[in-house]
Design a protein around this ligand. Structure first.
Ligand SMILES: [Fe+2]
Length: 291
């Protein structure tokens, strides 16, 4: 069975049938990628100019804070910045609508985090091993602890020439946690206080965040594991949208550019089956509460 499950949704604004809601919840929490082949993000007047190598050079990796509406990470001029802000704000709104209509029981607890625009080609980008997202990994934020909350991400491929976004998917979370987590030492006493006091983290790093960060690093640093753990390669065509729990699903981005991404955080208790969460899986492995 593929790790990517398709849903025939073609309108961002329509309510989803309850059958689709059930199927989506079960698949998502089981670690599948939900694919929406007919859900194209609408590009509006003038925005096409953002999808070019020159604009990409100015934009790099742009983020939008949904609370303040501020765009960061771009050297674009004011006119282009306004276009970026409009496009990303619309994406933030539509992707939230999609999550709330497909997963309505998440809606009350869902927290909208950063929106990002990824205009730069993934393949061949010079980077450190830790930031190299062409290596299989699960997402963990070094400076923004999540304290056990889920990381749910929605992506769309905007490539104007129809180039796919290439991903690899790895083994199920339970298997990779069993492979890496038992040998990871716990956090040093007082370290979360020190990291927070020094400004390395925006809040105290929980034991859960410590283990997830270590898991992320150990996966990426292990060349042998990287070579053997790929289960499936998948190419997301231009014009499609997809959604996945990136804290749970082992993934690598191998190629592509011009993608939009929206991050949501969800408390574990809001899940249909919290036992599927990385928090509960790691707690079972370590034998005590981690957040
Ligand atoms: Fe990732």
């Amino acid at each position: 069975m593929s790790d990517v499950i398709s849903f025939a949704i073609s309108d961002w604004n329509l309510a989803c049938p309850s059958e689709a809601q059930e199927r989506a919840t079960r698949a998502l929490e089981a670690g599948k990628v939900l694919l929406f082949p007919q859900l194209r993000f609408p590009i509006e007047n003038g925005e096409a100019q953002l999808l070019s190598p020159i604009a990409a050079g100015r934009a790099k990796n742009v983020s939008l804070d949904p609370a303040s509406g501020r765009v960061r990470g771009s050297d674009a001029d004011p006119a282009e910045l306004k276009l970026l802000q409009n496009m990303m704000t619309r994406w933030a709104t539509l992707s939230k609508k999609l999550v709330c209509q497909l997963l309505p029981h998440y809606a009350m607890a869902l927290q909208q985090a950063r929106t990002s625009y990824r205009p730069v080609e993934v393949a061949g980008r010079p980077t450190s091993w830790r930031k190299d997202d062409t290596r299989l990994h699960v997402d963990s934020f070094p400076s923004s602890p999540v304290h056990g909350r889920r990381i749910l991400r929605v992506f769309t491929n905007l490539h104007p020439q129809g180039v796919t976004r290439k991903w690899r998917l790895g083994e199920p979370f339970e298997a990779l946690a069993q492979h890496f987590v038992p040998s990871i030492p716990g956090p040093l006493p007082g370290s979360s206080f020190v990291l927070n006091a020094l400004g390395v983290t925006k809040s105290r790093r929980s034991a859960y965040d410590h283990f997830m960060l270590q898991l992320h690093d150990r996966m990426k640093a292990d060349a042998d594991y990287q070579a053997k753990a790929v289960r499936e390669s998948f190419e997301f065509p231009s014009g499609v949208t997809w959604m996945v729990y990136t804290d749970q699903v082992s993934h690598a981005a191998m190629g592509g550019r011009y993608a939009l991404e929206q991050t949501f955080l969800l408390p574990v208790e809001a899940m249909r089956d919290p036992a599927r969460s990385p928090l509960r899986v790691l707690e079972k492995l370590r034998g005590h509460a981690l957040a």
